[in-house]
Design a protein around this ligand. Structure first.
Ligand SMILES: C[S@@+](CC[C@H](N)C(=O)[O-])C[C@H]1O[C@@H](n2cnc3c(N)ncnc32)[C@H](O)[C@@H]1O
Length: 211
């Protein structure tokens, strides 16, 4: 588990969170078997939190950077209204093939649009406004993603960024990803277009509300 709290506590919290759908459960299991990277997907607790944000904000149009095997995209699509849309960007054909396979098992597939390619390039072709943007791809580009995305979020919308605590390594950065995430966190905080809260959920989650 990629979490900053004890596994026993994380498990207890998951056990007291509404169940994930059968498709999401299967998808999570297959992602671990195929790619041996259980920490890549947001998983049950964080996925449920993203859903909750969508439900209370009534978000309808979402942009996601970093699809992997499609867990977070499908989790979010499950609570979007029928005319809602999530555009999700990734560069990896192999992992997104799994995503497509599982989305096709869900009635919410029609709300998801995958665009393959380098996200920074793809972002140049995507028009806002979005109600919510979820940043969850390569950490060294987080600040670039922020700069490319901030004008695409509507006023009253929000950006969510995952892994902002990087298992605590941002406190004393020693590698490229940790330096990049620490710089991103400071960049976001200094942006006066947003109100920011950093949460210690899982590996750290920043919520930024566009004023
Ligand atoms: C942490 S995973 C995303 C997990 C996903 N949001 C979920 O919860 O299921 C990060 C993804 O970013 C993608 N990625 C990395 N660099 C990228 C780039 N330059 N452009 C687009 N996607 C990229 C990787 O292929 C990987 O699938």
């Amino acid at each position: 588990m990629l979490t900053l709290v004890m596994d026993t506590i994380e498990n207890y919290a998951c056990a007291h969170t509404s169940n994930e759908s059968a498709v999401l459960r299967e998808l999570f299991k297959e992602s671990i078997v195929k790619f041996k990277m259980p920490n890549m997907s947001v998983g049950h607790s964080e996925g449920s939190f993203l859903k909750f944000l969508i439900q209370i904000s009534k978000a309808k149009r979402i942009l996601e950077i970093g699809t992997f095997t499609g867990y977070s995209a499908l989790a979010m699509a499950e609570v979007l209204p029928d005319d809602g849309e999530i555009i999700t960007l990734d560069i990896n054909e192999k992992t997104t093939d799994i995503a497509r396979l599982y989305w096709a098992k869900s009635p919410h597939e029609k709300k998801i649009k995958l665009i393959l390619g380098n996200a920074l390039e793809t972002l140049k072709t995507i028009k806002g406004p979005f109600d919510m943007i979820f940043i969850d791809a390569d950490k060294t580009n987080y600040t670039n993603y922020w700069d490319a995305c901030i004008s695409k979020v509507k006023s009253g919308g929000f950006i969510v960024a995952d892994n902002v605590l990087w298992k605590g390594r941002v406190l004393n950065p020693k590698d490229e990803d940790s330096f990049a995430l620490d710089a991103f966190n400071k960049h976001v905080l200094s942006d006066n277009r947003v109100d920011v809260v950093m949460l210690t959920i899982r590996d750290g989650l920043t919520l930024a509300y566009k004023k």
